[in-house]
Design a protein. Sequence first.
Length: 329
Amino acid sequence: MRDDYEQHRSIDEYGHPFPMGLPLIIMDTHRFVERVLSSTEPGFDVSDSEQEQQPYKKPGLSSFFSEMFLNRQRAYPDYFQPSETVRLFLAIVDTFEPLLAGLRKRNLSLEELHAEQISLYNSLIQEIRKQGVEQEFKRAVLHRAQVANGNFDSATLYVNQLFEMYEKLHVVRVECGVLANEVYILSEDDALMAKYAKECLNNLNNNKRNNRLFADMAGYLWKLEYHPRRGYYFHFIFFFANVSVELSKQLTDRIGQYWVDRITNGRGKYWDCKSLKGKFLSSCIGVVEGNDQHLRDKLRQALFYLTQKDIYLKFGVHCEGKRFRHGEV
């Protein structure tokens, strides 16, 4: 995922601007804390040489000093649910904030840091390690990873079972939102919008049973997500068998338009994943032969992306119930 985000530091995977590239920032912060907890590296190694005007800075964690503690955003909008590791980082930084604020005002480079500033950074690293071994924190981290890994394993097994049943499948990926408004602002009505999104999904599930558009559908998978410029929306992956060439070219638009017109009564909007930026969002669309291991691997990567990014953050704070589900064989 990192390579994909690296190409779009100033925008998210849907081409929308984020404050300071928040998904990338959250991912970097999460991985920084993981690195701290999994190593014994010091922030800085202080030289014992009295002849040196500046303490010696050891490569490694010291290179993150400015990025993580001086220039890093220390709070996130309410529609984010950062991982436990990110929340740990934010809480610790808050306790050191008065001292860090002084460093920011002085705008010191790494080469200009003195023993006092280096000691502060090393104390921050030590505090992360101290709190990172507490059992409550470790249980929360493990639980989040288990949920994401469980979703990925279950989805992978399901898709493999579909390909055991069919020689080839036509894969349709479309994202369907419940509001057409491009600028969705988180508000007190957010809980109602989350409930409405689930109602739309239920309507789709009920209607498609008797709709010719879904007559050849072999399986499906959906993920409920949230975006500040979209509100709640679903990432759908539909698997069709025995689809004509003519219909295959129209499936995405016909499903998307059906969602807008019939499911949301004109309030919603859809996005064809082929037009979205990001290799995990736009890959593996169209006909996939069961023996095409290359495309099967790409589909597996797409499933990994959809499920594993929940380890870093989740969107939406008022959404109850399942956020990820697939059909049954």
